[in-house]
Design a protein around this ligand. Structure first.
Ligand code: PFF
Length: 467
């Protein structure tokens, strides 16, 4: 988008770009792990309530603010006449920055797996967990660690491609890719679901995802589900405000919001129903440590036991790669849009500089997974000051504090300062009455802010061992 206030070339273009932003690693890499830790069915139920009750109103609000202000995230509040909320934009911008640091590296891991399935699937199959650790610089057999140069080079290539897309403004290409890539991803997920669900031992996993264990319904589960929903829907950062600002006036924000949220949730739930049964079937419930390895480790057991598995494995990671790419591009777009408009820096220079810095910070993220004991710092009232691995600390900071803070700021802004009526008017600009206006106003004024305050309080006061 050379001109910063460019507009989407078509209706489908916007939906695909917003869905492309939302559907990403969060759905396939993070969601199943969180569902597992959050107790399966209990988590799923909360997630499915949170998306329509909190996620949708929040997304609609961000899009409305963006389109009404026709501005990047930091300036949008000022443009609407409320300078006091500028901090919300800053937090959102910073979240996008921190997330891109690590997101681009996980994109590099996915690229590594594309290559792995193309060239050495036997090695992945023979020891899925060992292969994953070795990629991250830990030789489990020898108990030694090393600098994970290969995967860092893959991350570099991933980031370089994203930077190229942003500089060249090849959104056309992305739009076109998404038209095929999204349905293809969906199809392959359905194939994988059938295979995973019929693996011996998978039934336990399905049961886990479908039964609700009352003991697991805790504030913690709520915390994980709510922050995952924001992450997955690309909320509480600069994205939907920026994307909303590119949206033509005649577009129906309400319908678009519902569509994007539904697609995103379908993909996440489907991924959960593939990966959890696969974990139970291939590694046993305790087989994999924390969630991060799920999408990489447990799926090897699925691909190994299906006809054409290597091909499907390759295709799966390729599609995941594109899903990660469209999400990363949306993150960088938000970061760059602000810097170019605000500081009047050139688009190419800004992109190269920010991507370079984010890539370097991301190296610390990858290295702290297994190779080196790099620590971050964390505080909550239950445990005081702690020093979790740097990679965890980065995710805690964004998922538990900054995203909720930015989302809270946006909800309070729209609910109480700008007023829901303004957002409703923005929705109705397309000429169609917004039938859910009353429900929306109630949710954005009361329910969403309250729920977010609960998240913040739980993170801060109870601490939590869950990631
Ligand atoms: N929603 C993306 C995912 O689920 O992978 C991640 C993401 C992309 C978050 C873009 C935020 C964002 F602005």
């Amino acid at each position: 988008m050379e001109n910063n206030r460019a507009q989407w070339s078509s209706k489908v273009g916007f939906i695909l770009a917003a869905a492309g932003s939302a559907v990403g690693l969060g759905n396939i890499w993070k969601f199943p792990g969180k569902a597992f830790e959050g107790g399966g069915g209990a988590f799923l139920l909360m997630y499915l309530l949170i998306v329509p009750l909190i996620g949708m109103p929040a997304m609609l609000s961000e899009l409305a603010v963006g389109r009404a202000s026709q501005s990047n995230v930091v300036d949008s509040f000022r443009k609407l006449g409320h300078k006091g909320y500028t901090w919300v934009g800053w937090v959102g911008w910073a979240v996008a920055f921190i997330i891109t640091c690590y997101y681009s590296h996980v994109g590099g891991w996915v690229l590594r797996y594309v290559a792995s399935y193309a060239t050495e699937s036997g090695k992945v199959y023979s020891d899925p967990l060992g292969y994953f650790y070795a990629m991250l610089g830990y030789d489990a057999a020898a108990g030694t660690t090393f600098f994970p140069l290969t995967v860092i080079l893959f991350a570099f290539v991933f980031m370089a491609v994203c930077a190229f897309v942003i500089i060249k403004g090849v959104e056309d290409g992305i739009e076109r890719f998404n038209k095929v890539g999204m349905p293809a991803l969906f199809l392959i997920l359905i194939v994988l679901f059938v295979r995973a669900a019929t693996l011996p031992g998978a039934a336990e996993g399905l049961k886990y995802m479908l039964s609700i264990d009352a003991k697991k319904v805790s504030p913690q589960t709520f915390l994980i589900a709510l922050s995952q929903a924001f992450y997955s829907l690309s909320l509480g950062m600069s994205i939907m405000v920026t994307y909303g600002s590119y949206l033509p006036r005649h577009e129906n924000i309400g319908r678009n919001t519902a569509l994007v949220c539904t697609m995103d949730t379908l993909v996440a739930v489907l991924a959960g129903f593939i990966i959890i049964p696969a974990v139970f079937a291939t590694l046993g419930p305790d087989g994999v440590g924390k969630g991060g390895g799920f999408a990489f480790v447990s799926l090897a057991g699925v691909f190994e036991h299906m006809p054409g598995g290597v091909f499907f494995g390759f295709l799966f990671y390729l599609l995941l790669l594109f899903a990660a790419l469209t999400s990363t591009v949306s993150l960088i777009e938000g970061i760059v849009a602000f810097l170019t408009e605000h500081l009047h820096w050139g688009r190419t220079f800004t992109t190269l500089l920010t991507c370079g810095v984010m890539f370097l910070i991301g190296c610390l993220y990858t290295c702290s997974q297994a190779a080196f004991p790099l620590k971050g710092i964390w505080f909550d009232f239950a445990n005081g000051v702690t020093f979790p691995p740097l990679c965890d600390a980065m995710e805690f900071l964004t998922d538990r504090i900054m995203i909720p803070l930015c989302a809270l700021g946006t909800c309070v802004f729209v609910g109480w300062t700008w007023k829901p009526e303004s957002a409703v008017a923005e929705v109705e600009r397309c000429g169609v009455k917004f039938k859910l206006a009353k429900a929306y106003s109630f949710l954005i004024k009361f329910i969403a802010p309250l729920a977010i305050i609960v998240i913040l309080a739980v993170s801060l006061f109870t601490g939590t061992t869950l990631s």
